[in-house]
Design a protein around this ligand. Structure first.
Ligand code: ADE
Length: 231
């Protein structure tokens, strides 16, 4: 039977998930807490990684290698790049890139290292499930590139640059790490974010104000998806 990993970066991103799990067992591994439980009879493992690419890489790897999850869904918040995205709106990644990966000195494009790819695609089947949920619930769901980097972006010029360089619609700090791990290990993955800020001068203030509410919007949607994933 399949086991679904649901990952966030911060406690606020997984708390709405934990509130709805049954038969929860906590397990500490590699300096992180993993919550094994059930949602509507399906086996899930939930964890938050802590912020940033390195911690996200560690947690995604553990969810697959130690907890034997065979699909990974990420739920959390993001900064908007696209003007179409307002606070609280949902965005799913069709692909993820690392906006802070730079060996352009050697003639490579931004976000590229040899034997890697600039933009890693997410699982089409999981994206289709998300679209079906959005359709059924009458929710707006934008699909686009999400750019990841070890920076909280609160700067209009940086945001503009990331948007233009990677054709990205939103930015955050973990998604591309999950993408690297899951594509290397051949595990289907999906990245959902609800907008908490617009990566501009007000981003720090907006993030604090909307982290909790946007994280819940994302978590509630993820649970609807879990309900629809075939065992
Ligand atoms: N996650 C949510 N908002 C963000 C921002 N402005 N920069 C990086 N990650 C974010």
């Amino acid at each position: 039977m399949s086991k679904i990993a649901i990952m966030g970066a911060m406690p606020e991103e997984i708390e709405p998930l934990l509130a709805k799990l049954e038969n929860v067992q906590e397990c500490i591994y590699a300096a992180n807490t993993y919550y094994q439980g059930e949602y509507k009879g399906k086996e899930v493992v939930v964890a938050y990684s802590k912020i940033g690419k390195v911690f996200a890489t560690l947690t995604a790897t553990m969810l697959i290698e130690k907890f034997c999850c065979d699909a990974l869904l990420f739920s959390g918040v993001a900064g908007a790049i696209s003007d179409e995205l307002q606070i609280g709106d949902l965005v799913i990644a069709d692909g993820l890139c690392q906006h802070d990966l730079d060996i352009t000195a050697f003639g490579h494009p931004y976000g590229y290292v040899p034997e890697g790819e600039v933009c890693i695609p997410t699982d089409v089947n999981l994206r289709n499930i998300a679209k079906a949920v959005a359709h059924e619930k009458g929710l707006k769901l934008k699909e686009g590139v999400i750019a990841t980097g070890d920076q909280f972006v609160a700067n209009p010029e940086r945001k503009e640059w990331i948007g233009q360089t990677f054709k990205a619609d939103a930015l955050e700090m973990e998604g591309a790490s999950v993408a690297v791990v899951c594509s290397a290990l051949n595990v289907p993955f999906f990245i959902l974010r609800a907008i908490s800020d617009s990566a501009d001068m007000d981003a720090g203030f907006d993030f604090d104000a909307f982290l909790e509410s946007s994280a819940k919007i994302s978590a509630d949607f993820i649970l609807e998806m879990v309900d629809r994933i075939e065992r």
